[in-house]
Write a protein that binds this ligand. Structure first.
Ligand code: KG4
Ligand code: ZN
Length: 340
């Protein structure tokens, strides 16, 4: 990488987190996130409320990111922003703000694909974290995405598998809702799974050909299972909550690992990098470690703050594109369904 002194501001506003980060060459100087608590009451993200909250948050969040990085906006070389995919109203706030700031400062504007951000977050310089060598397989698992991508170079990526319905994070969250857990339920299921027996209950894994995923059938299976069991015993959930969580998590991890094994078999690539909020799951981390022992994989999990939606991952993509002189046109527009 270049030894120049490059400062890039990254802005992320694709879903319900307003985030800004400053990267100096490959190293993150600040990574600020304003989470939107308002959605918890609704058990999911409400797009209209998200875009309004972004409008309120964006100026203070960017201000904080510059302050924490100890630089002024005049020191920036470029502004990178999430072009998509995501919620249109949310994307528009970040896009408009980034455009105005870049034009005001007369510096390049760089559009970033959020999904590439999750993957290239592995290239942030961070002590104790290795960067995956090309080619590698990237599995992005979060509340909004479930994808396996073959990565041959920074910007040479091919999606080889993705969900045909719910994302894996939604599988955790919707199962949690059935069990009466709060939103998002993933962390709570993870915590309870550690105390339960993963083989206590058996849930059917979906049959989806190739490397694609499906999670909506699992959610329905869990719903019917709980309805049946509570008819016989109204306290069933309460009495078995840890075992239920452990069994659900075990099933979901099984689905992910089966697809990874198939992807490795099809591509011959054994370097596997994961990202997205669900990669915080302790069971998945353990399963990946086991994969190193059992199948000779080398696995990469980024620092936690770079796995959930964040602007550091947008800033690193901005930096890599800056080095290639790959800038956005003035009329660049947000794109809710942007593909890799
Ligand atoms: O990446 P993220 O913060 O936001 C997006 O969805 O883009 O991911 C949030 C998702 C939620 O579905 C949440 O339940 C899940 O990640 N999650 C977890 C864990 N921590 C967060 N799922 C399972 N185990 C966890 N420890
Ligand atoms: Zn994301």
């Amino acid at each position: 990488m270049s030894s120049q002194n490059i400062y890039i501001l990254g802005i992320e506003s694709s879903c319900d987190d307003t985030a800004a980060a400053v990267i100096h060459n490959g190293r993150i100087l600040s990574n600020i996130i304003a989470n939107q608590k308002i959605h918890e009451a609704y058990g999911g993200v409400v797009p209209e409320l998200a875009s309004r909250a972004h409008q309120q948050n964006i100026v203070p969040v960017v201000h904080e990111a510059l302050k924490k990085a100890n630089i002024t906006k005049e020191q920036l070389h470029a502004v990178a922003f999430t072009k998509g995919p995501g919620l249109m109203g949310s994307l528009l706030v970040g896009t408009s703000f980034a455009k105005s700031l870049a034009f005001g400062l007369n510096i390049p504007l760089i559009d970033v694909n959020h999904m590439q951000g999750h993957i290239l977050a592995h290239y942030i310089d961070e002590d104790g974290f290795n960067k995956p060598p090309f080619p590698f397989l990237a599995m992005t698992i979060s509340g909004g995405h479930t994808q396996i991508v073959r990565v041959d170079d920074y910007f040479d990526m091919t999606v080889i598998g993705e969900t045909i319905d719910d994302a894996v994070g939604e599988a955790f969250d919707k199962s949690g809702k059935i069990l009466g857990l709060g939103y998002p339920a993933g962390p709570e299921i993870d915590k309870r799974a550690k105390l339960g027996n993963p083989k206590a209950f058996k849930f059917t894994k979906p049959k989806v050909d190739g490397l694609n995923f499906s999670f909506s059938g699992l959610k329905t299976g869990i719903l019917y299972f709980i309805q049946n069991e509570t008819q016989a015993n109204p306290n069933f959930v309460e009495e078995n909550i840890n075992d239920i969580c452990a069994s659900i998590q075990y099933t979901i991890i099984g689905i992910l690992i089966d697809k990874l094994k198939l992807a490795v078999k099809q591509t011959g690539i054994k370097h596997i990098a994961i990202g997205g909020g669900v990669s915080a799951n302790s069971g998945i981390r353990q399963a990946l470690k086991d994969g190193e022992q059992k199948f000779g994989w080398t696995t990469y999990v980024p620092k936690f703050e770079f796995t959930t939606d964040n602007a550091a991952m947008i800033a690193i993509v901005g930096y890599l594109k800056y080095l290639e002189g790959d800038f956005a046109e003035k009329n660049v527009a947000a794109s809710a369904r942007l593909k890799i």
